[in-house]
Structure formats: C-alpha cells, structure tokens
Design a binder for this molecule. Structure first.
Ligand SMILES: [Zn+2]
Length: 294
C-alpha cells in the first residue's frame, strides 16, 4: 500500500498539490482504516487534538464574566482553529470542549504548571490579556471541569495502553496551531514566529524523527524551530518519563498560513497546508512502522 502511495506521489509530483492530496486521501483511507487485513504489520498512530473546539456548550456560558463579543475575541485568539481538519486520517483523541473551560494540555497541579502564574493553569481564571475570565466557581463546578479533564486523559491513556498491548509501542502526535503574533500571556515573546514548530521531549521523542520532520518542512521552504515558540509534547500521565516505548512528538502550525486570524475564516491555502501536515503525519507513521518491522 505504501509503495502505491509513493508511486502516486512520484507520478503526480508535478501536478497540483490538490491532485496529490486526493490521491493521498484515497490511499490513506484504504491503508489505515482496513483493520480486517490479517497480515497487517503496521501499527496505528494516535493523534491528540486538545484545542480545536470553540463552542461553549449550554450550561457553561454563565461561568464566564466576559461579554459575548469579548468571549468570541478570546476564543479567536486561543482556539487551535480547524486542527481537527488539518490533522486528519488517523485515529484521534479529540477534546470536545474549548480550552477556556478546562485545558487538557496543562498539568493538573499549579506548582507543576508555569502558566498557572498568569491564571492559565488547568482551569483558566484570566484571559490571555490578564483580564478576569470566569466568576468564582463553586466546588461542584470545579469538580465537573476536573472530571472533563480526567475523562479525556483516561481516554488518552487507554488509547496508548491499547497500542502498547497490541504492538509493544505507541506513537502519539500532539496536534496544535499558534497565533502568528505572541499573546501577552505567552512565555516566549520572540518575533517573528516560525511557520512550524516541532515540540520534543528528551525522554519520549526520537531525535532522528524530529530531525526528519524539520528537514521536510525546510525542504518545502517554510521556517521551523524545535521547541519554539512552544516546547515539549504531551505524554499520557501513566507513561510519562517511565516508558520509552511510548513516543510522542508535537506539530504546531502558524495560523497565518491557513486562516485569517481576525475573521477566523479559512484562507485559500488551507488545503495546501492540510496536505503538508498529512505528509508530516505520514513520515511519523512510516517511522513507527519501520521500528515495528525490525
Ligand atoms: Zn494548542
């Protein structure tokens, strides 16, 4: 199946990216979703998509002290817009609530989480500009938000556990996007920001994999920096710093490449960026597949 993919890419390398995308999608769907193959030797790869949702569900709106306009502005800044569409084609664990309610990418304890210093720990109390975000929450309300966090992490631990049990290894891809200009709350205020950021963890990210993704992005003519403007990659708590067979890498894409950051609308380049991200995912998948075949 992979040979067919490469043949298609080679044959149509000079055609439009959209054509290549169509070919990839067709083969991708067949190769990665046909679990009935008894001779299948490749493992799957789990995508973690924590920040793609922007709808505040009924019943949660009144936790926020912001006006509708201010809330929409904050969502525009903080949501990783369309990442559930950009990162597609593999099994994904997607958080179904906006990060403004509870952020599953943060450490649960404030002393472990640097962003808690600006009111943006697991449960944000401040906006990205340092304004008040939520009213005082009751113990019951806080425990509901914590349960959303816990169930998401349980699903992630279970998905990784299933991969380990079945294949003896797991590959997690932490999928994000970031604003083209630093937010006031951001620890890293460097400008200009790169087009892509590859987040790594010394214990869980294979260096040769990170290097090959960086090289690929550079070959396309985009800028890329490892661990800037955001660093690290999420690893499920059950395996963090304890199991090297659980690998993880983060891909972050600059939103200016694919959306109008003021209106929230997609740009025409959206499909091209989607294609490039799919190719990065394919590189990661091939990497973990190769290790499995050794
Ligand atoms: Zn994110």
């Amino acid at each position: 199946m992979y040979d067919l993919y490469h043949m298609a890419i080679t044959l149509f390398d000079n055609s439009s990216l959209f054509w290549r995308y169509a070919v990839f999608q067709k083969i991708n769907a067949k190769a990665f979703y046909d679990y009935s193959d008894s001779h299948k030797i490749y493992n799957t790869m789990i995508l973690h998509i924590p920040h793609s949702k922007h709808v505040v569900p009924e019943g949660y709106r009144e936790l926020f002290v912001l006006s509708d306009i201010a809330l929409q502005k904050e969502l525009l800044l903080l949501v990783d817009w369309y990442t559930d569409e950009l990162f597609d084609g593999f099994d994904a664990v997607t958080f179904q609530y906006p990060r403004l309610l509870v952020d599953v990418e943060r450490f649960p304890e404030d002393e472990d989480e640097p962003m808690s210093k600006v009111g943006m720990g697991m449960i944000y109390t401040r906006t990205s500009d340092g304004e008040r975000l939520k009213r005082d929450l009751t113990v019951q309300e806080i425990s509901v938000l914590i349960s959303l966090y816990d169930s998401h992490h349980q699903a992630l631990n279970d998905a990784v556990g299933h991969e380990l049990e079945t294949y003896g290894q797991a590959m997690l891809v932490d999928c994000h996007s970031f604003p083209s200009e630093p937010l006031r709350c951001d620890l890293n205020q460097k400008r200009p920001r790169p087009d892509f950021c590859i987040g790594t963890d010394a214990f869980h990210t294979p260096k040769d994999l990170a290097d090959s993704l960086i090289l690929k992005v550079q070959e396309w003519g985009y800028t890329v920096v490892e661990n800037e403007p955001y660093e690290g990659t999420l690893v499920p708590s059950d395996y963090y710093q304890s199991n090297t067979n659980v690998r993880s890498i983060m891909i972050e894409v600059n939103r200016a490449l694919y959306m109008d950051e003021h209106s929230g609308l997609k740009l025409e380049s959206f499909s091209i960026i989607q294609l490039l991200i799919q190719e990065l995912l394919f590189v990661i998948h091939q990497y973990s597949d190769r290790r499995l075949c050794r």
